[in-house]
Structures are given as structure tokens and as C-alpha cells.
Design a protein around this ligand. Structure first.
Ligand code: 3HC
Length: 316
């Protein structure tokens, strides 16, 4: 028998050729270690973001202004838990364990989306999360639905379909309060916009020149658009919609550039972004404390499930 040794360069070339042909890479397929590492990093951060993202809105479930709004919000928060599940599963297909990922989150080692470290001070914040935060998430995730890794791209298709409802319910509320609301509701909507606009733009990540991961992610078809490209598309789509409601975007430098057809924003406060990402945002400590409590309170469920599984296994 002739032993076949496959050269690592050949494997990499074949892997990259598959990506170039638009084929999906599936869990059992050969992949470079760095591809696997990048995916676990990104998908687990994404999963944590979905789960931590339940907290700012979940806090408003008891205070929703009507039964209809409460039902919509409960369904939305529940959807986010489901998104976390799909994503943890997608990361598990790459060899990451649930325990490792949760441990990284609960010990503060893992990153998750900066946006969820801001407080929801009024009901309008719930509406802005739907419009702006979910809108930004959709912009990023419709791109990721084309990612080269099969389980991640398929999770994105399903998540984006649900996020579209989240976006619409948020926008519907803002449109309603901004056009038919009382003066207090109109002021509440403007105040929410003042606080959520800039943190939303930061969600897309640092400028391309400072994005350490983009190059390899784009080479291997995980990301197909850069942080700045997506941010600009989002700004171009949302600015006219916000202006149409007579609201003021909190950026004195914002202007339309005829030549490029882009809305140009002023400088983003990256010091604030990195403070939040490194754990020192307004709500980081509270968010992690809430997740640790939830994990501890769920201990008995995990123990009961393990005991049940062992019992079933021993009887087989
Ligand atoms: N919040 C926290 N950390 C961020 C961040 C953000 N908004 N943007 C970037 N970072 C981190 C990166 O994770 C990276 O850190 P690491 O190398 O230690 O992991 C560092 O800043 C440098 O940034 P890069 O541009 O090099 O990072 P990426 O190329 O990975 O791009 C990203 C960042 C655009 C967030 C990309 O990872 C991505 O598309 N992730 C998947 C989508 C995702 O996680 N979305 C989070 C929001 S989900 C959500 O909002 C829930 C919904 O229900 C509303």
C-alpha cells in the first residue's frame, strides 16, 4: 500500500479553492487551525452577545405599557435566548465546549457586544434597541449569512428572519411616539436617540485600519464586508429614516456628501468603545453579575439533567 501524505500547502490551497467556489465548509472538513480559532472566537462572542442582550430589554418586561407590548417584548427576549442556543451549538461543531465558553463569559475573559453594557433608562430605549441595535445586527448578520462556515451561515439565516421582526416592532414604536406621541413621548424618543446612536455605530467594531481580525476573516470568506463598509451602509440607510421623523441625530458633523452619496459622520469616541469592551462600561459589572446569578440558579437543572442522563444510560 502506498502511504499518501497530503502536503499542508495543498490542503490549504484546496480549502481556499473551495471557499472561492462558494462551497460551505462543514464540521468534519479539513480546515486550518486559525480558521477554526477565528470562528470559535467570533461565534462564541456572538452567542454571549445574544444572551447578555436579553438583559437590558428583559428588565422592561414588567413595565411594558400595554399587554400587547409586553407580549411582543417577551417573545423578542425569548428569541434572543434561542439565538444564543443556535450559536453555542454552531461553536460546539468546531470543538468548543459549552462549559469552556460559559466559563470564559462568566469569568470576564470573553468579549461580547459593547452595546449591551449601556443602561435602558426609559421605554423608548427598548424601542431604539429594536430599531438601531437590531438594525445594526441585521446589517452585520445578513452579511454573515453568506459566511463560508456552513453551521454559522445557516444559523444566521434563521436569526436574521427573527431579527427582522425585532427591528420592525422597535421602529413601529418610534414612528408612533415620534409622530402621534405626547410631548413627553416625543422628548423621550429624542433622549433615547441621543444615548443610543453613537454606541450603535461602535457595534460594527473598530475602523478597518484598526481591525486586527478582518484581513484573515475576509480572506477565508467569514466576513465578506469590512466593519467600515457595513457601518456606512447602516448610516446611509437609517439617517434619512430618522430625519423623516423630525428627530435630531446627535452628531454636529453629520452631513451628506453628494459626490460619494454617503452620509458622513463625525469622529467616533474609540476611547469610550475600548473602555466598554475592556469591562469598564456603565453596566458591565451588572450584566456579568446577572449572568453569574442565572448560571448559579440553573445549577439544579443541570445537575438533574445529568443525573437523569446517567440513569437512562445505566439502564441501556
Ligand atoms: N463589542 C465588543 N467587542 C468588539 C466589538 C464590539 N462591538 N467590535 C469589535 N470587538 C472586538 C473584537 O472581538 C476583537 O477582539 P478579539 O480579537 O480579542 O476577539 C477586537 O475588538 C478587534 O476588532 P476586529 O474588528 O478585529 O474584530 P472582528 O473582525 O471580529 O469584527 C465584529 C468585530 C464585527 C463584531 C465581528 O466579530 C462580527 O461580525 N461578529 C459576529 C456578530 C456579532 O457578534 N454581533 C454582536 C451583536 S449580536 C446582537 O446584537 C444581538 C441581537 O439580538 C441584537
Amino acid at each position: 500500500m502506498i502511504e499518501q501524505t497530503v502536503n499542508i500547502d495543498d490542503r490549504l490551497a484546496e480549502f481556499e479553492a473551495r471557499i472561492a467556489r462558494g462551497e460551505k465548509i462543514e464540521p468534519g472538513d479539513w480546515m486550518p487551525d486559525e480558521y477554526r480559532r477565528q470562528l470559535i472566537r467570533m461565534i462564541s462572542q456572538h452567542a454571549h452577545s445574544e444572551v447578555v442582550g436579553m438583559l437590558p430589554e428583559g428588565a422592561w418586561i414588567p413595565h411594558a405599557p400595554s399587554l400587547r407590548r409586553k407580549m411582543v417584548l417577551m417573545a423578542k427576549v425569548q428569541d434572543e435566548a434561542g439565538h444564543g442556543q443556535y450559536l453555542y451549538h454552531a461553536a460546539e461543531t468546531l470543538g468548543a465546549t459549552r462549559e469552556e465558553m460559559l466559563d470564559a463569559l462568566l469569568t470576564g475573559k470573553a468579549k461580547y457586544a459593547s452595546i449591551f453594557n449601556y443602561p435602558t433608562l426609559t421605554w423608548a430605549d427598548v424601542a431604539w434597541i429594536g430599531w438601531l441595535v437590531d438594525g445594526a445586527a441585521i446589517k452585520n448578520q445578513t452579511m454573515l449569512a453568506h459566511a463560508s462556515y456552513g453551521p454559522y451561515s445557516r444559523a444566521m439565516v434563521r436569526i436574521c428572519a427573527e431579527e427582522t421582526f425585532h427591528y420592525k416592532q422597535g421602529k413601529e414604536m418610534i414612528v408612533h411616539y415620534a409622530t402621534n406621541g405626547t410631548p413627553e413621548q416625543k422628548a423621550m424618543v429624542q433622549d433615547g436617540l441621543n444615548r443610543w446612536w453613537n454606541p450603535t455605530l461602535m457595534m460594527f467594531g473598530p475602523h478597518d485600519s484598526d481591525s486586527t481580525n478582518s484581513e484573515i476573516l475576509m480572506r477565508w470568506g467569514i466576513k465578506t464586508k469590512s466593519n467600515d463598509e457595513l457601518r456606512q451602509e447602516f448610516i446611509n440607510e437609517e439617517v434619512p429614516e430618522v430625519h423623516a421623523l423630525g428627530l435630531t441625530i446627535p452628531d454636529p458633523d453629520l452631513h451628506f456628501d453628494e459626490e460619494s452619496g454617503n452620509w458622513i459622520i463625525g469622529p467616533i469616541d474609540w476611547d469610550e468603545f475600548w473602555r466598554v469592551v475592556k469591562g469598564n462600561g456603565p453596566m458591565n459589572a451588572e450584566r456579568l453579575a446577572a449572568r453569574r446569578d442565572a448560571h448559579e440558579n440553573g445549577r439544579w437543572v443541570r445537575e438533574a439533567m445529568t443525573a437523569y442522563a446517567e440513569k437512562v444510560h445505566n439502564h441501556v
